[in-house]
Design a protein around this ligand. Structure first.
Ligand code: S3P
Length: 164
């Protein structure tokens, strides 16, 4: 059985929905950003000290490690993981769920300080999404809008879709 992988733009709820979903499905939850932080320290620090391209290399390793897990898990990826052709190839054999939201919701609820690409320019969220949207859509089996409903409700809806 495949992993369930959550993709989508920054602050679309991938981590919190992923945790709920893993609990509902009785699976392990793996967050590739958390794997990177555990091994290399805060993401802002990695961007500041080593640059984005080093972060992307660390991210490729974390994605490969997560997808390589033998037991089916729920895995959430960082928003930019789909930029990497290698990561996209790994997604081909998984059940991929795109979580979408909008700038207004992100500005209202997200912690932007932890996100180096938004820290100084939150409105960049829209531009970055526009660039990545074709990649998200090509990788995803289904899309859920996470803007309005509580995270638990969304996780249940996704679980229902998986059991379809
Ligand atoms: C990034 C998204 C972040 C994190 C890093 C870069 C991106 O994860 O991986 O700050 O390029 O979209 P979230 O999607 O969890 O914010």
């Amino acid at each position: 059985m495949e992993h369930v992988v959550l993709i989508g733009p920054m602050a679309s709820g991938k981590s919190s929905i992923g945790k709920h979903l893993a609990e509902i499905l009785g699976r392990e939850y793996i967050d590739t950003d958390a794997l990177i932080v555990a091994e290399h320290g805060p993401i802002t620090q990695i961007f500041d000290q080593m640059g984005e391209s080093t972060f992307r290399q660390l991210e490729e390793s974390a994605v490969a490690e997560a997808i390589g897990e033998t037991r089916p898990a729920v895995i959430s990826l960082g928003g930019g993981a789909v930029i990497s052709p290698r990561n996209r190839e790994l997604l081909e054999d998984q059940t991929v769920i795109l979580l979408m939201t909008d700038l207004e919701t992100v500005l209202a609820r997200a912690n932007l300080d932890k996100r180096p690409l938004l820290r100084d320019d939150p409105e960049a969220w829209n531009r970055i999404l526009e660039e990545r949207m074709p990649l998200y859509e090509a990788a995803a089996d289904v899309t859920f809008d996470t803007g309005k409903l509580p995270r638990e409700v969304l996780a249940r809806r996704i679980a229902d879709w998986l059991r379809r």
